[in-house]
Design a protein around this ligand. Sequence first.
Ligand code: DPP
Ligand code: ZN
Length: 895
Amino acid sequence: ARPIRLTDYRAPDFVIPETRLAFDLHPTQTQVKATYRIERRGAADAPLVLLGERLILKTLRLDGVEVAPEAYALTPECLTLSGVPDRFTLEIDVEINPQDNKMLEGLYMSSGRYCTQCEAEGFRKIVYFPDRPDVLSKYTVRLRAPKAGFPRLLSNGNLIDSGEEGTFHYAVWEDPFPKPAYLFALVAGELDVLEDRFVTMSGRTVDLKIFVDPGMSARAAYAMDALKRSMRWDEETYGREYDLHLFMIVAVRDFNFGAMENKGLNIFNASLLLADAQTATDLDYERIESVVAHEYFHNWSGNRVTCRDWFQLCLKEGLTVFRDQSFSGDQRGHAVQRIKDVKMLRARQFPEDAGPLAHPVRPAAYLKIDNFYTATIYEKGAEIVGMLKTVVGAETYRRALDHYFETHDGTAATLEDFLSSFEAVTGQDFSPWLKWYVQAGTPVLSLSATYDGDTQRLTLTVSQMTPPTPAQAHKAPVPIPVRLGLLSGAGAPLSFRFAGETVPEALFVLTEARAQWVLEDVTEAPVISALRGFSAPVKLTLTEPEAHRFARFRGDPDPFNRWEAAQSLAKALILDPHGAAADYAEALRATLTDPTLDAAFKALMTGLPTEMDLAQSLTPVDPAFIHTRRKAFKAELAAALKTDAEALYAALPAETTFSPDAASAGRRALRNALLDLIVAAPDSDADRSEATSDQAGAQAVRRPEGEAPLERDAAKPLSAKQKIAKAHYHDARNMTDMMAGLSALSQIHGAAYQDALEDFYARFKSEPLVLDKWFAVQAACPHPETLSRVRRLITHPDFDRKVPNRWRAVAQAFAANNPAIFHDASGEGYAFIAEEILSVDRFNPMTAARLIEAFGGFKRYAEPHRGLMQAVLERILGTEGLSKNVAELAGKALA
Ligand code: DPP
Ligand code: ZN
């Protein structure tokens, strides 16, 4: 297949100012009738090329006259008409089969309902159209379906007509805002609705409707609340007002993405919309809040101003992620939010940027754009917007964004347009920032300091280097904002003079490969606190004594750097085979007992770097070493803090009434982080006899299938920590605590874990979203027995590969959240995931391809992992009938 290149971009030859669609909905034979008003913009002899896949073309009429078959060319991917006039009306009738559509792109059925997913290139699976984001059209949509079973007929915009035709009924929707086809949506089926209202800043009333499975509307209450807060926030923070009289969200079970910002009719994966105390965790609530905000914010950053082509994807995604992160920070606290965002960036984007799948935030070429809904485009894209805000300041940033929205409203824009808004309001040149968009790889920022006590001068020498990435051997410097402060040796803040002013902290921007910054009036040799708030998405190297990190750990006034210091210490100590936990435990004890710090922050401080984090700091990666060392360090830490952790845990009783607010969630997070630490402690002598339960489980791998491996443990008395975890699980009044209990039990393994799994299944077997968690916790259990367990899970009657949530609950949870077992030296984990990718690729390539990432970094791994992963990738790539999606990523991973 030939790649699509940014440099090949050409403006469309035809525009379609008006689109009329009529759907006669039928599970296997839906009739779609499209009427387009078309105008030529390009060369007089340019043919009209419409894209369409998996469509049965019925009729084609140009200005009312049927087009003869010899007057058009039809291939499996497009319909070409030559010699068309400059202005004309084209009518196209096609037939499609929603029931058979398991790709979940275009029009498909989920739980007996019709729904759509058109981003990026799904509209062409509904009808022939110039399916590209720079063709904006005004849509009028007529839906017709049987009244029975399909009482709701929804599409974008405003409902302008509806009526009955015998046992059928219809609805006509008109969206007054021109939009690209990827924002088209329809939903038809039986749905309950939760309704509310929002009065906009100019006094208009907007009806808000969230549609969910019958009986589930109470679970949409939190999403509704988040929606109203998002709408207010976008008015107050960005001056952006909602523009239709109706805003609808629909939750569906089968969905490739998290959610989709279709104009006026967002469609959500039910897992990111439905929540109540009994079925959703605090993390679910947090994600619902941020995704509801994200999709709502797209109404301006994405819909009103859309993307000229898919290379500009981060124009809408990076900006919208930055906007939703800022919203979440305002709702939940900026320090904690920033730490979580950076954790996510490092867990997903940094590895991507360091491996064969590295690509710029604006890629230069692709085979399947679906493969570029990546952490780089979303999260790194958001970081760039954040850096721009940091360097220009909040007020100028707001003026630049106002300029951007006003100048490009109703158009399909580019990243250059975005940057030029910053130029327009500052008069400065922002072209150096384009480097961040076109250059892949994570820059390494090196910092060294020399202090002169006589002159009280601190000289910082900084330099940057971005390592080569595929197809980009040489990199230019990028602008790097560095927020920097100083601490005394005792850990107190130390002010200094810079540019004539005495300041507690300064912002430097490194624009060249190298620079020197001189700080005056520095009264003692300081501890440097650089890159505060993670002011740039770079890897910082700073050679300094361990004591400096401890000083920041204990008292950096910047909470991000306080957390960062703890993490980097933990990383170094874990990766050092002789690293001891005693000093770290002391500093953590001080943090945990500090009454001025909030619980959510303490919870984050209690968490150690993940095995994935650690893998990034070790070459070659040895997953077993990382797992063993992390476990040993955690056990040592837990032993040192046992008394404190147990006392703090006991002092934080489980809350009886559940509130999803940030402060309550923070308390639960801390209590659950303490539980995690408590169960990591080695068993005391009294419990020693129980320590064998781990080995009993390990032997289960070699037992024949079907034999209950843990049964014989059931009679054993429980160890102290098993008792705590079991009580935590059984006493839980909400899903957050329940999952924390279950996950703690999964860490210990043994009979109590098995009992809890059975109990959980019995309670929640009819709750699909909760059952996803039940599958995921088992797939992520770091016990060797998981290798055989995942094979049993995929034969479970509730397992269904055709439902992406359920499939990801096993396959993704195992590949991404269980490094020790996924990377088992036998290669069985790799083989399992390879088989899963190939199975799902047969019907849902978009979702299957996402899992290739698990093998992406194979070259960094030690043998036998490296060779085994390479063989698996080769096997995948050699498979006949492979999708373009999987072929593109597997090919790149191997290159
Ligand atoms: N555009 C969607 C999102 O927001 C992806 N389906 O992120
Ligand atoms: Zn988005």
